[in-house]
Design a protein around this ligand. Structure first.
Ligand SMILES: NC(=O)c1ccc[n+]([C@@H]2O[C@H](COP(=O)([O-])OP(=O)(O)OC[C@H]3O[C@@H](n4cnc5c(N)ncnc54)[C@H](O)[C@@H]3O)[C@@H](O)[C@H]2O)c1
Length: 272
């Protein structure tokens, strides 16, 4: 009998996790390290980065934190290349960063400014697109049949259901839908081009997760949790751990025939 379970392991693989200190990123770093990958945590948050590196070292010594600031737009491509050059070409690259401007929460239809929209598109969609392309080219040059994973969202394929914001201070975002829609379709386009070179690229699309609201507060409002849970078929928010399990699948040989897909981790949100 074939040992197909070993296909879920990442032994001898190098995985770079951009945004590795975040809610989703930390869980992805944890599960990749548990699956025996060498994990390179890349993030702007030095304090959390060092803490996570030390935490992971307790069970996998093959981990390192590297500082990187996506917001430093000048020479971003050179800085990214320099960062990547320190290591051998990665087998796995995950982008779960969430770069944003200070006024991100004002990206509603009423309050948005053209500058904020442009800046956030450049920061988030621009960096996700460019880093994915840089890594794919590097994998191609090094003959690495790698896996690239982009973080999308249910709001990259559907409009927001504003009913879930009833009796909360939460609002819709104009820019988020542009960014996540763009990431998802670039993934398809890259899968088309890089598939012939043996490189896979997929998008993970979480629905609402238990945790902080980016750029706003440390936890979600109770009315939001109630409204959201009522609408979603599985009746609750998701967790970062659930996203990390899907990331391990897409990173590993277990998903060797999957590319260009948009994998929903949304409790059925987009099925209705
Ligand atoms: N949390 C959710 O409910 C949810 C739902 C759907 C999709 N997503 C997507 O998942 C991804 C991760 O989300 P999250 O909830 O883990 O976010 P998070 O804010 O917890 O983590 C993002 C990480 O990116 C890092 N980062 C921010 N700006 C940076 C910069 N300029 N340079 C380098 N690193 C920077 C942060 O330090 C942080 O560690 C995002 O793309 C998000 O859109 C999240």
């Amino acid at each position: 009998m074939k040992d197909n379970i070993s296909k879920f392991q990442l032994e001898n693989k190098i995985a770079i996790v951009m945004g590795g200190c975040g809610l989703v990123g930390e869980e992805i770093c944890n599960i990749f390290a548990s699956a025996k990958a060498k994990v390179i945590i890349v993030d702007i948050d030095k304090k959390k980065g060092k803490l996570l590196e030390n935490k992971i070292k307790k069970f996998n010594n093959n981990v390192v934190y590297k500082f990187f600031d996506i917001n430093k737009k000048n020479n971003l491509e050179l800085k990214f290349r320099k960062l990547i050059k320190t290591y051998k070409c990665p087998d796995v690259f995950v982008n779960c960063s969430y770069p944003m401007t200070k006024d991100w929460q004002l990206n509603t239809f009423q309050n948005i400014t053209k500058k904020s929209m442009d800046d956030n598109i450049l920061l988030h969609l621009g960096s996700y697109s460019w880093f994915a392309r840089e890594i794919a080219e590097l994998m191609f040059k090094n003959k690495v049949r790698g896996s690239i994973i982009q973080l999308g969202s249910i709001y990259g394929i559907k409009g927001q259901d504003l009913n879930v914001y009833d009796k909360t201070s939460m609002k819709e975002s104009m820019t988020y839908s542009i960014i996540k829609g763009g990431i998802i379709n670039l993934t398809r386009q890259m899968a088309s081009y890089y598939g012939k070179k043996g490189i896979r690229i997929n998008t993970l699309c979480p629905g609402g997760l238990v945790g902080p609201v980016q750029g706003k507060s440390l936890k979600q409002e109770s009315n939001f949790i109630k409204n959201y849970s009522k609408k979603v078929p599985l009746g609750r928010l998701g967790t970062a751990e659930e996203v990390s399990c899907a990331a391990l699948f897409l990173a590993s040989e277990a998903s060797s025939y999957i590319t260009g897909t948009t994998l929903m981790i949304d409790g059925g949100w987009t099925s209705i």
